[in-house]
Design a protein around this ligand. Sequence first.
Ligand code: CA
Length: 233
Amino acid sequence: MTRVLLVEDEPAIADALIYALETDRFVVTHVLTGGDGLSTFAKSEFDFMILDVGLPDMTGFDVCRKIREKSNIPVLFLTARDNEIDRILGLEIGGDDYVTKPFSPREITARVRAILRRSSNVAGVEAPAPLAATTARKPLHHDAVAMRIHCHGVCLDLTAHEYKLLLVLLENQGRVFSRDQLLEKAWYDPGAVTDRTVDAHIKTVRAKIRHASLGAEDYIQTRRGLGYVLVMD
Ligand code: CA
């Protein structure tokens, strides 16, 4: 088992990362501040550290400097800024890699794996084997009982029409629907609205998915002149 210490103060980002890492069979401990990160690190054993640079009490760089006084644990930095100086500083301090927000949670698990592979000779730590494609959870998941759709484990806050619209696309992945077909399937009274309404709702659904997937994913594709299709690979 590979134990990851995640230090990240933004709950939405942390939730999506925890979900992606646990889906990939990492064991995650999450703390919100640099101080808690250091005390948790001192108390337990970890194989990997994911450090947000912008923490409320100190920077992720400060945390890494302190960690490096006694440990060679692989460190991946997360930051909101795409700043070359930060990147170089982070790597000089002893970080192993650097990811700029927004990123997809799956990109992070892939980076963690790559870094662990690189450092496994030194640390003797192996990344867990990826789950078989057939058992891996899809990024979008429908809970039929609760009538909710989740994205990377985060419940999407959808209106009734947004929910029905996304559900039609989700239950027919890869199938292209025209605006008229979507109106027919997702609205009680399709005569009362125009196909512009579909476009407006697709736009808000996309924004909510992007938000839940930290800005990186766009599962709803536009087929010009034809309509919309949902694709998850
Ligand atoms: Ca932050």
